[in-house]
Write a protein of this length. Structure first.
Lengths: 264, 260
């Protein structure tokens, strides 16, 4: 009699983490970049070296030039993102909860949502002036829509069984909104926030390139005009860091706000 | 508290707009401190009946009323749901406090009541867990604790243990009876499990398939407290056989029609 051992058929499907490869990939890119610039094949005007970018960044930091741009951009994005998120969640909740608000709001949102928000900037400048208000407003609009749509979807997908359970224990309309619909929508709201963070960064840079005399977008465009490619790269690296930081912050916030999901 | 169902009917429109008669002239009275089971084939409207007693559905005809003294601050009914219906974002403790919040109890009192009920239902030590961290049996304990916390005059249970495995179900039935020996409210207990109905109830209401009407009310002649040994006694076996005889042909027809 022969014995047939049972093989583990799922072994080919196993996914490993490859911690070394994670670091090597990023490091390799920077090293290759540095290497290419050192050979002199590519003139620094087109591709400055990473070390050069780092040095330029440090210098701009000490002269205070960088701080001005960062502060201006941060103020615009925080204001626009905050106002847009607040407005979007409020409208999304209202449209999700009240049938009248849904009847009025849904077609309005459907009609205005597809407009690329940057196309509204000239109009916003006409209305609000070339100053801060128009830039904040365009970011606000960009964040408002994903937030409103996600909140609405989240509210509408609240489990009817939980609503029934709440009502059976005496919950009124306000209680149902606060205790069932809002918590049900939270995961979708956070997905909207992450989406909105990316959109607001995009709109910030676009608005600052079109009409501004400070901010990271301005820094990049201005550096290109002056052929200061190193400074231009500083701006790009800064944007990447800003995107990473906002995502990290939102993930942290989400874990704190949704403890029942974090452990799932 | 007595529950009086008088000639209750329920008709609703299905997706294509046709009128569907779910219940036709159901008249039953649940006595004070009675554990009344309601059984019937799938789609007999037994859950509909319970939802109407809970005030979650309006009857199309007839009347539903309570009779008896309702102490101040206590609701007439509280419901235990088949799918538990716990709030995933609330811990065991705050899930149990839900009904107390809606009744406007101050936080300290809520905690005290919840602590007592959590102890009673064997949830001690699990206060800070979320529902997804609990087994099915523990989740339904939370569902029961949440209902008991508001001290309802009538406890409504909609197939409370049918989502649990057979062993857990048997244990939970025993525990529920033990709790009920102490709290003694009227219980309306909907189930499709005939053994469960007979073993737990004082009387078993047998409903026909749609439109549901009362086929017979079968009394269970077994003493309390109920023990597992009674599962073999003539009183138990005869009641089960009587109910199965009533339901069998109904269930077979339902199966043939593919009705859910």
């Amino acid at each position: 009699m022969t014995r047939l051992p049972v093989p583990d058929r799922t072994r080919a499907l196993a996914r490993r983490r490859h911690p070394v490869a994670r670091v090597l990939g990023l490091l390799g890119l920077v090293l290759a970049w540095e290497g290419v610039t050192r050979t002199g094949w590519v003139p620094p005007l087109f591709l400055p070296s990473p070390l050069g970018v780092l040095a330029a960044g440090a210098e701009m930091l000490t002269t205070g030039e960088l701080a001005v741009h960062i502060a201006t951009s941060l103020r615009r994005i925080v204001l626009g993102f905050g106002l847009g998120a607040l407005g979007g969640v409020s409208v999304g909740l209202a449209v999700g909860v009240f049938s009248l608000a849904e009847a009025i709001g849904n077609p309005l949102i459907a009609a205005t949502f597809p407009i690329p928000k940057i196309a509204l900037l000239p109009l916003l400048i006409l209305w609000l002036g070339i100053g801060e208000a128009s830039k904040v407003a365009v970011i606000m609009l960009g964040v408002f829509f994903p937030m409103a749509i996600n909140t609405y979807t989240g509210v509408r997908h609240a489990d009817p069984l939980l609503i029934r359970a709440a009502v059976s224990f005496g919950a009124g309309r306000w209680s149902v909104i606060r205790k069932v619909m809002l918590p049900s929508a939270l995961p979708m709201i956070f997905a909207g926030l992450k989406l909105g963070a990316g959109t607001s960064l995009l709109l910030l840079v676009a608005a600052e390139m079109i009409a501004a005399n400070s901010g990271i977008g301005f820094l990049i465009l201005n550096a290109q005009n002056l052929m200061e490619t190193t400074k231009l790269m500083v701006g790009i690296v800064l944007l990447s860091l800003l995107g990473l930081a906002s995502h990290w912050l939102l993930v942290r916030l989400e874990r704190a706000a949704l403890p029942w999901r974090a452990e799932a | 508290m007595r529950v009086l169902l008088d000639d209750v009917t329920k008709t609703y429109a299905d997706r294509s707009g046709h009128a569907v008669e779910a219940l036709a002239g159901v008249s039953v009275t649940a006595e004070d401190e009675e554990l009344l089971a309601i059984v019937g084939p799938s789609g007999c409207g037994k859950s509909t009946l319970l939802n109407m007693v809970a005030g979650l559905l309006a009857p199309s005809g007839g009347s539903i009323a309570f009779e008896g003294e309702l102490p101040a601050g206590r609701p007439p009914t509280a419901m235990v749901f088949q799918e538990f219906a716990l709030f995933p974002w609330r811990t065991v403790q705050t899930n149990v406090e839900l009904g107390l919040e809606e009744r406007g109890l101050p936080a300290a009192e809520r905690r005290e009541v919840a602590r007592r009920v959590i102890e009673l239902t064997g949830l001690g030590g699990f206060e800070t867990k979320y529902p997804h961290q609990l087994s099915g049996g523990m989740r339904q304990r939370v569902g029961i604790a949440r209902a008991l916390a508001v001290e309802p005059a009538v406890l409504l249970m909609d197939e409370p243990f049918s989502a649990l495995d057979a062993q857990t179900r048997q244990l939970m039935q025993e525990e529920l009876l033990a709790i009920w020996e102490r709290t003694r409210q009227t219980i309306l207990y909907v189930t499709h499990n005939i053994h469960e109905a007979v073993w737990m109830a004082d009387r078993v209401v047998v409903l026909s398939r749609r439109p549901g009407r009362v086929l017979e009310i079968v009394p269970v002649k077994l003493p309390r407290p109920r023990t597992e040994a009674m599962l073999g006694e003539p009183g138990f076996v005869q009641a089960v056989e009587r109910i199965w005889t009533l339901i069998k042909s109904q269930a077979r027809e339902a199966l043939r029609e593919g009705a859910a």
